[in-house]
Structures are given as C-alpha cells and as structure tokens.
Design a protein around this ligand. Structure first.
Ligand SMILES: [Zn+2]
Length: 190
C-alpha cells in the first residue's frame, strides 16, 4: 500500500504571523488585554461600547475593529495609549515582511500541489498493481506503475524541501535565509 502522509504543522503563513509578533514585539491580543478589552479566541469585548458589547471586536495582528460602535485601533495606537514607545516600521522592514508573507503563501501552495500530485500518482499505482494481478500483460498498468516509481523519489524530496522551509525559522535568521527562500526570491524579484 502506498501511503502518503505529508507532514502536518502550522501553515507557513500563521508561522509568519507569530514570528512577526515576536519581531515587532507587539501582539494585538496582548495589547487589547492590556488596554482592558477582554479577549475570547479571536474576538474581544469592546471597552468603548455600553452594554451588549461581548465579542464585538474583531482583530488581526495589526488592526482591531468594533462592529457595534465602529471603534478602530492599530497596534501603534494601542501601544501609545499604554505609554509604550513605538519604533515606526522602516520601509526595508515592511518590504521584508511583505516578501516573507508571499514566500509563506508560495510554500503552502507548492506543498499542496506536490502532495496532491504524489497522492494521485500513488492511487494510480495501487490500481495498476491490482490490474497486474489479473492482467499481467497490461501495458497501461505497467506504465502507471513506472510513472509512480520514476517520480516518487523526486516528489518525496520536494515535499521534504518544502516541509523544511515550513519548519525553518527563516524570518528570524534573515542574515542566513534558507536556500529555498533565496531561490524563490531570485525568481520573484520585483
Ligand atoms: Zn464598541
């Protein structure tokens, strides 16, 4: 039986989000809590609404918005409100962050693509084996089996590389980015 179980883990984009929180040093969740908004999961109670304000605030890593009173804030505003000093994000840092997010999305989409190709070739190979038991002369079945064994090593290696890219902490080691990131950066230079 050919089993393909690509490694699981947090998606590269959520890993990026967490790395960014650490880099920027301001988590929207923590800032909301510090400013007196009760946080439940990915929603928060609005401190500015009167009554019935439970979980009316949606927030991302950068901005928060109350669906009831339309209160909005970003991490910089909240940090300043708490008397924290905020370093504005440099153009370089913002560009690096945008690039990092795009790389994460690319790794995720390639991983999905390669896994699905691997699985579909594996399924064909299984069918081919069954066919060959009854029809050992079937050229089509031999061809399907050959296709799988021919591609298997390459696809497995690609999945390993992509999983490594997902697991690596390339964002925090910008001085020594993984080879894949460099390769991707070179082909996506804009
Ligand atoms: Zn509100």
């Amino acid at each position: 039986m050919v089993r393909v179980t690509p490694r699981r883990g947090a998606s590269a984009s959520s890993r990026v989000a967490r790395s960014l929180e650490r880099c920027v040093g301001m988590s929207m969740r923590a800032l909301l809590q510090e400013s007196g908004h009760r946080v439940h999961g990915n929603r928060a109670d609005c401190r500015n609404c009167k009554g019935g304000s439970r979980s009316t605030v949606s927030f991302t890593n950068e901005v928060a918005y109350c669906h009831r009173c339309a209160w909005t804030a970003n991490t910089v505003m909240l940090s300043k409100g708490l008397g924290k000093t905020v370093e504005p994000e440099s153009v370089e840092k913002r560009a690096a962050r945008t690039k990092a997010v795009r790389f994460g999305q690319w790794v995720d989409s390639r991983h999905r693509e390669v896994s699905s190709r691997y699985r579909s070739l594996g399924r064909m190979a299984e069918i081919a084996k069954d066919v060959l038991i009854r029809f050992p002369e079937s050229g089509a079945a031999w061809a399907a089996l050959a296709r799988f064994y021919h591609k298997e090593a390459r696809l497995a290696a690609m999945l390993d590389v992509l999983s490594f890219a997902k697991a690596s902490q390339w964002l925090e080691t910008a001085a020594t980015p993984v080879a894949l990131f460099e390769k991707w950066g070179a082909s996506n230079a804009r």
